[in-house]
Design a protein around this ligand. Structure first.
Ligand SMILES: C[S@@+](CC[C@H](N)C(=O)[O-])C[C@H]1O[C@@H](n2cnc3c(N)ncnc32)[C@H](O)[C@@H]1O
Length: 282
């Protein structure tokens, strides 16, 4: 299931087994620290230094306005979780927002510093932390966002969602994208072999890559679409939209198992648009 090339690791074993929150976080930190350079080299041009791309389909926040009209972002306090090299936050800063880009991986954040030094632009505050324990006061942000950050990699997504709900002000909005859950039933291959169901969509057993001692070095967690809806509601959000971006004709680029071939046939990304209604505190 891993969509990301494992360039620096010596052939870990891919399996399906349980992985705790602590084991998943430890694996993610190590994997992203080891692979950030290759990841940014491979995907940096597509992501852009200061674009806000929701996923491999290339849906751009400048067009989609899922966080609200760009003109309304000025002065908004925005938290991006699992920000990677903070490209999305850099776009938000360019709109006049006040973004904080949070990520578990030191190396990913070093790439954020590198891009800022090379490209300039409005400043973005960077925070190295786990999305499951956000180091911010209640109600600190007007908006929270995440493009494939943190949530696909954690064992306890409700813990993260509750943390996001806590740091959002009442009425605030949280928008996050993840691999479309349907993809878990198919092999993670961009070609025709990725079009035949090979596993149960209902099997929530995590995908784990482990080293020879059985230690997880990469973990992804599967939630069905219904699980994700229940998770956001359990954390005190109202789900106001579920966006499944269609593959546009202009995008000829493959990204791991995402490809024009599969993208035209089955959804690859799910984007959840949630609001933190005052009446729905968990
Ligand atoms: C696929 S990248 C997404 C970043 C960016 N939006 C992009 O498209 O490159 C996933 C990011 O989530 C981060 N991440 C994974 N688990 C996390 C956690 N528990 N807390 C915070 N960040 C986490 C990783 O370090 C990585 O930078």
């Amino acid at each position: 299931m891993s969509q990301y090339a494992n360039a620096n690791d010596s052939e870990p074993e891919a399996t399906r087994r349980t992985a705790s929150d602590a084991e998943s976080s430890r694996a993610s930190r190590g994997w992203w620290d080891r692979n950030a350079d290759d990841y940014q080299r491979e995907h940096g041009a597509f992501l852009g230094d200061d674009r806000f791309v929701w996923g491999p389909e290339g849906l751009d926040e400048a067009d989609a306005a899922l966080l609200g009209p760009a003109a309304d972002l000025k002065g908004r306090r925005v938290l991006e979780i699992g920000a990677g090299a903070a490209q999305c936050s850099r776009w938000l800063a360019a709109q006049g927002a006040l973004p904080v880009a949070l990520d578990l991986s030191h190396r990913q954040l070093q790439h954020a510093l590198r891009i800022a030094a090379e490209a300039g632009g409005a400043p973005v505050e960077l925070v190295e932390a786990d999305a499951g324990a956000l180091p911010f006061r209640d109600g600190s942000f007007d908006l929270v966002c995440s493009a494939y950050g943190a949530l696909p990699f954690v064992a306890d997504p409700v813990r993260v969602l509750r943390e996001v709900r806590r740091v959002l002000r009442p009425g605030g909005r949280f928008v996050f994208s993840v691999t479309h859950p349907l993809r878990w039933a198919f092999p993670d291959e961009p070609g025709p072999e990725g079009l035949s169901v090979a596993a149960s969509y209902f099997d929530r057993t995590p995908y784990v890559e482990q080293d020879e001692s059985g230690r997880a070095v990469y973990v992804e967690h599967h939630r069905t679409l219904g699980d994700r809806v229940r998770d956001v509601v359990a954390a005190g959000f109202r789900l106001v939209d579920l966006v499944e971006p269609e593959w546009p004709d202009w995008n000829t680029q493959e990204w791991g198992g995402w490809s024009p071939l599969r993208g035209h046939l089955i959804p690859g990304t799910a984007i959840f648009v949630c609001t933190a209604d005052a009446a729905q505190r968990p």
